[in-house]
Each structure stands twice: as C-alpha cells, then as structure tokens.
Design a protein around this ligand. Structure first.
Ligand code: AMP
Length: 216
C-alpha cells in the first residue's frame, strides 16, 4: 500500500505520518527530513539545500529525486508513506515511473484541508525533537510537551525550525498554491484523491483517514 500526504505547510502531515506508521507497517519518507539531513553536510550541496529550505522555496527536482531514489535503493519496505513528496507535477510523473518499474502504484492520496489563518497559528508554535523528530505545538494544549522544551518520548531537546516563521511561511504557502496544488486535479483524475478536514484534533483527523483506509 502506497500513500501520499498532500498538504500545505503545517497542516499536520508529520503528525499524521507518525500515527499512521505506528498503526500500519509503512515506510515513512519525508523528503523534508531527508533534505534537512543532507543540508547539515559541510559541502556545496549541503549549503545550497540549506539556503533553499530556509528561504521557503522548493529544492530543485534533480536534487530531491536523487535523495529520494537513494533512500529507496536502501530500503526493503515498499509500503510507502510519502510526506512532502511529490511537490509538483514533474515529481509526480517521475514517481509514477519509479513505482511502475516496481509494479506498484499510489493507492491513496490524502488531501488535508485547512484555512490559511489556522496554519499561521500552528506554524509559530511548532517544535520538533532534535533527537527523534517528534512534533509538538506549544500553541495547542493537547500537543504541548509535558516538560517545557523537552521531548515526552525520548527526553531530547525541542527546537523551532528556521523556516517556521510567518514571513517564510507565506513563501512556502505560495509555493504550495502554485507548484503543489495542481496535484489535486492530477490525482483526482486518477481517482485516488481523498479529502480530509485537518482543522480538527489529530485524533479526529486520523479517524477520517482510518475510515477511508477501512472502506477499500
Ligand atoms: P517539509 O518538511 O515537507 O515542510 O519541507 C521543508 C522544505 O524542504 C520545503 O519548504 C522545501 O524547501 C524542501 N522540500 C521538501 N520536500 C520537497 C520536495 N518534494 N520538492 C522540493 N522541495 C522540497
């Protein structure tokens, strides 16, 4: 089973990906996380990726596809949960080719619907664990860590992503509208797009996903 999470920034993809991987045997691939890890390398590629990510722009397709393919070559679990990939039509077409070669296809695309105002609220409160990557939100009571700045799961230190500010959010949101949202029609035409209301709690968001997964 292959799933894509299609959503504007801070709509809750990471949180739902975590719940989905806990409940199903899925291979969670976040191209954002993969790129963040390469961006720490002290070389031209690392510096280039870091600069693109911090500015809120999309990283070039060539780099993203290389990082994605490299990950796939080193993994056995082909039940993919794609978080943040594809981000445009070109990447979606390339993904179709990659899956076709493996006699596979995308089964579900979950489109997260949420207002821009709510996203701004979420983005300024988002915190991540620097050790295990667990996502928190200091503006939303049920998503706050039990101890300030400390991960409930592993005790790691929490940090705010550099691109989680209102100014960069606007650029990322624009990128989503212009580059990524055409994927809605792309997958609607393939008949595998499912709409989710992600303005509700993480549990209620997940219930909608489970209901759809249970139906087919
Ligand atoms: P995310 O963690 O999904 O919010 O992604 C953070 C940043 O990583 C984005 O703003 C882009 O700069 C970059 N990025 C992640 N995935 C992709 C992708 N599939 N294509 C291009 N850029 C990406």
């Amino acid at each position: 089973m292959n799933i894509i999470l299609l959503a504007p920034p801070a709509a809750g993809k990471g949180t739902q990906a975590e719940i989905l991987t806990d409940n199903y045997h899925l291979n969670h691939i976040s191209t954002g996380d993969l790129l963040r890890s390469v961006s720490k390398e002290e070389n031209d590629l690392g510096r280039n990726i870091k600069q693109m990510m911090e500015s809120g722009s999309l990283v070039s397709d060539d780099i993203v596809l290389e990082v994605f393919n490299h990950y796939l070559e080193h993994t056995d679990n082909m039940n993919l949960l794609l978080d943040g990939f594809p981000r445009n039509i070109y990447q979606a077409e390339k993904l179709d080719e990659i899956l076709k070669e493996k006699n596979s296809q995308i089964d579900y695309v979950f489109l997260f619907n949420i207002s821009k105002e709510m996203l701004v609220d979420r983005i300024t409160g988002r915190r991540l664990c620097e050790s295990c990557g667990k996502v928190y939100n200091v503006n939303i009571d049920p998503l706050k860590p039990k101890i300030e700045s400390t991960c409930d799961k592993c005790g790691g230190k929490l940090y705010a992503r550099k691109d989680d500010n209102e100014e960069t959010f606007n650029i990322r949101y624009n990128e989503y509208q212009t580059q990524t949202s055409p994927l809605i029609t792309y997958y609607q035409n393939k008949g595998n797009l499912y709409e989710i209301d992600s303005s509700v709690s993480k549990e209620d968001t997940f219930r909608q996903i489970e209901e759809i997964l249970g139906k087919r």
